[in-house]
Design a protein around this ligand. Structure first.
Ligand code: SF4
Ligand code: SF4
Length: 308
């Protein structure tokens, strides 16, 4: 079982300068998306500062580097001693990524550059920038290039994979999704190529069901949304909503709870070691938690709607 790494995923913007056809967030991500407000930032940063120990913070979007206070956030979070993990479409000039590497130094533990073939003007320029970043980043930064695998992009991606291998850059693939479901590939060789470079843990989560399994999400992992709302993970279940940081109603779990969703698509919590595979609570305790969880969820929904 992987060692749990306390992690926060913080959505700081819904703005993105790309419009990928396969974007799973395309219902709300756009060129005219919004940024996380100063009010929410002012509430979130002190909350993170008070957390026990060090956490890894994933700043996500949209394209997170488009947030006007992106570098300031990185500086504050790393000064607090937290590690940063950034996923970017890598479309900004190299200077921006160099600035990030300089501000965060060894605290930038991961930078993933997503290669969107249908959006980039030049794959050559993208890979040259990746090589340059590979040379200037801290030794502590895991740098990789990733791309969504499609039937029509097999040959282009094979070429990118070979070039990344030559430069010593890690290159991984993601299984494309259509409306949250993984697509079925038409060509067998595409599937073989995908499986040879599949992003860690994604495979184990296809059609996964951890209902009743102990999961540390809510305690050691949570997602902060643009308006300060906090969610345990991605899948609908009782006690998914943990309150709102801006309104002061956020409460982190004090102890691990079982998963109460019949479906798990949460690759980030899985990669952070949150799912305690094989560890289950006893049936009566689970039944109590499940019913109490739904009761609390319904009460909170009612209170938010009618008791303002
Ligand atoms: S770059 Fe990422 S967030 Fe932006 S449209 Fe493409 S997949 Fe969506
Ligand atoms: S859906 Fe996945 S991440 Fe969420 S509580 Fe269940 S096992 Fe954990």
């Amino acid at each position: 079982m992987p060692t749990p790494i306390p992690t926060i995923e913080w959505e700081i913007t819904t703005a993105c300068n790309y419009a990928c056809s396969y974007c799973v967030q395309k219902s709300y991500v756009s060129k005219h998306g919004k940024h996380c407000s100063d009010e929410t930032i002012a509430a979130v940063l002190p909350m993170i500062a008070e957390l026990p120990g060090t956490w890894q913070i994933k700043l996500i979007g949209g394209e997170p580097l488009l947030h006007p206070r992106f570098f300031e956030l990185c500086e504050t979070l790393t000064q607090q001693g937290h590690a940063l993990r950034i996923t970017t479409n890598f479309s900004l000039p190299l200077e921006k990524y160099a600035q990030l590497a300089e501000i965060a130094g060894e605290y930038l533990t991961s930078l993933t550059a997503s290669l969107h073939l249908e959006q980039v003007k030049s794959v050559d320029a993208f890979l040259q920038k990746a090589s340059a970043f590979q040379r200037l980043k801290s030794e502590n930064t895991d740098f990789s290039v990733t791309s969504v695998c499609l039937d029509e992009t097999l040959e282009a991606l094979q070429d990118v994979a070979a070039r990344c291998d030559r430069e010593g850059i890690v290159f991984s693939l993601q299984h494309a999704k259509f409306q949250t479901k993984y697509i079925t590939y038409q060509r067998k060789e595409v599937e073989e190529f995908l499986n040879s470079r599949l992003l860690k843990n994604v495979e184990t989560l296809q059609n996964a069901n951890f209902f009743g399994t102990v999961c540390l999400t809510g305690m050691s992992f949570f997602r902060i949304l643009m308006n300060g709302d906090v969610k345990r993970c991605y899948n609908i279940q009782p006690r998914l909503f943990l309150g709102n940081i801006t309104k002061g109603t956020f409460r982190r779990f004090h102890a691990p709870l079982p998963c109460m969703s019949p479906r798990c698509t949460c690759t980030v919590p899985a990669n952070c070691g949150m799912i305690q595979y094989g560890e289950r609570v006893c049936r009566s305790s689970f039944l109590f938690t499940y019913c109490a969880g739904w009761f609390q969820t319904l009460w909170m929904t009612f209170a938010r709607k009618f008791l303002r």
